[in-house]
Design a binder for this molecule. Structure first.
Ligand code: SF4
Ligand code: SF4
Ligand code: SF4
Length: 436
């Protein structure tokens, strides 16, 4: 016997007919009004299994066996991707300093840098962790990590020695404002195994320069960032695409179409585009200021969808936040993921880096069993004890949301939860474009 998947969504297609989407498989098909009528009327307990519509929907798992527990299956996939990746992921905060001074920055930039002593302690702490891994993925983070280029070289040399000794693959990304990703740095990226950059833009040239300016002289950074990113995309070839993140605010929202036109072709073709609302942070230098409350509103995806659609039409590859490993909402969502501060303190998450959240350091490891317990609790945090998530048809897309929020006893739902229709319509358009 068969049943319709719990994770099916049926929405009206603005181009006519309907779109059937499944959040568990991410399969999507276009349907006619007749198909929809058939779906509404069919009795799956007595259906003719030779029926063409039945067969198509069953092949694509819109119809599943009556005894298939989809949630149990997803739970297995979720935990499997959390615990058995064989991948070590570290984020190293090389400094808490920056050459820019963005008004929404939430980092407590105290001007401190990682010392050689801490770097050596880090490499010593790292060694036992890499003995049985297949892959080590590093994110160089700050502050502004490219203010610490020599330290990146020093640590990379140490990591590559370990890679040779224990036979694992190594690659890194740099989360940077891009200003210092100059030609000299780009020429070293291959040797430093830097596979991609994550760079952020704040709107078209004029708006961006108003937000993301140099601290020293308030000079604009737009042209330097894009030209550096274009150089990186031209000269560094890797399997993982760089990320061009565009911060969205009420002020810059109308300028995004113009920005998309200003982005060089080589960036367009080689980067994944990520559009993100700028949130207010209590830790930031503008606490309480709402940068995007108007456009984000209560249905944050409504105003994202048209931009993604436009970007796609202009040849960009939008970020597929709903794909990837089943548990992966953010980079913290893996066992064996650590965030290491410039002074060697260990954190579970790069958001805020408050001293109260330290779970150990590279000199002494977890230090206390209490810290080990906090780490274990953070890694083990999952949405499967939350009835609202268990009932939520968007669970395989949201994946449980921000781990830190859940660890602290609340949750942050996916933007899509409040407006899934534009998300599905955009997915259908993307699928249609890809099939053409
Ligand atoms: S570039 Fe990044 S770290 Fe620097 S001020 Fe802006 S948001 Fe903060
Ligand atoms: S705050 Fe949440 S989403 Fe952000 S890095 Fe931490 S766990 Fe990830
Ligand atoms: S966090 Fe919200 S959107 Fe995500 S699964 Fe739970 S209820 Fe659904």
């Amino acid at each position: 016997m068969a049943k319709f998947s719990y994770y099916n969504f049926l929405v009206e297609n603005p181009d006519g007919g309907y779109i059937l989407f499944n959040s568990l498989t991410k399969n999507i098909i276009l349907m006619t009004a007749d198909d929809r009528e058939w779906m509404g009327a069919v009795d799956l307990k007595n259906v003719d299994e030779g029926d063409e519509r039945f067969q198509t929907l069953a092949e694509l798992n819109f119809i599943v066996d009556d005894d298939f527990d989809e949630l149990e299956y997803y739970r297995l996939e979720w935990f499997r991707s959390l615990y058995s990746s064989g991948i070590l992921r570290h984020t190293v905060i090389l400094n808490l300093a920056c050459n820019c001074d963005c008004p929404y920055c939430f980092e407590n930039k105290n001007g401190q840098f990682m010392t050689k002593e801490t770097a050596d302690a880090y490499l010593k702490w790292l060694e036992p962790q890499v003995k049985d891994i297949k892959y080590f993925w590093m994110s160089w983070f700050g502050g502004e990590p490219l203010l610490s280029k020599q330290m990146i070289e020093y640590l990379t040399d140490g990591i590559l020695k370990l890679a040779e000794k224990y036979h694992f693959e190594y690659a890194a990304c740099v989360v940077t404002n891009g200003v210092l990703a100059d030609a000299d740095f780009v020429s070293k990226c291959e040797r430093l195994h830097i596979a991609n950059l994550q760079v952020t833009i704040d709107g078209e040239r004029e708006t961006h320069n108003k937000y993301r300016f140099l601290k020293a002289n308030h000079g604009g950074t737009f042209d330097t960032i894009l030209s550096n990113l274009a150089d990186f995309c031209t000269r560094v070839h890797s399997d993982t695409a760089s990320i061009l993140r565009v911060n969205l605010t009420d002020e810059n929202y109308p300028t995004i179409p113009q920005l998309l036109d200003e982005i060089p072709d080589v960036v367009r073709e080689n980067c994944v585009l990520l559009l993100r609302w700028v949130y207010s942070h209590v830790e930031g230098r503008s606490p309480g200021v709402e940068f995007s409350a108007g456009k984000k509103g209560t249905r944050p995806y409504d105003n994202l969808a048209p931009l993604y659609e436009l970007a796609q039409a202009k040849g960009f590859t939008p970020n597929s936040f709903d794909e990837g490993p089943s548990c992966n909402f953010c980079e913290c969502d893996f066992d064996h993921a650590f965030q290491i501060n410039y002074d060697g303190d260990l954190f579970m998450c790069t958001h805020s880096m408050d001293k109260s959240e330290v779970i150990g350091n590279v000199y002494e490891g977890f230090r206390t069993q209490g810290n080990l317990t906090r780490y274990a609790k953070f890694v083990n945090t999952n949405p499967f004890g939350d009835q609202e998530c268990l009932d939520c048809k968007l669970l395989p897309i949201c994946k449980g949301g921000c781990r830190k929020a859940r660890y602290l006893g609340h949750k942050v739902c996916s933007d899509v939860k409040y407006s899934y229709e534009p998300y599905i319509i955009e997915k259908a358009k993307k699928a249609t474009l890809e099939n053409q």
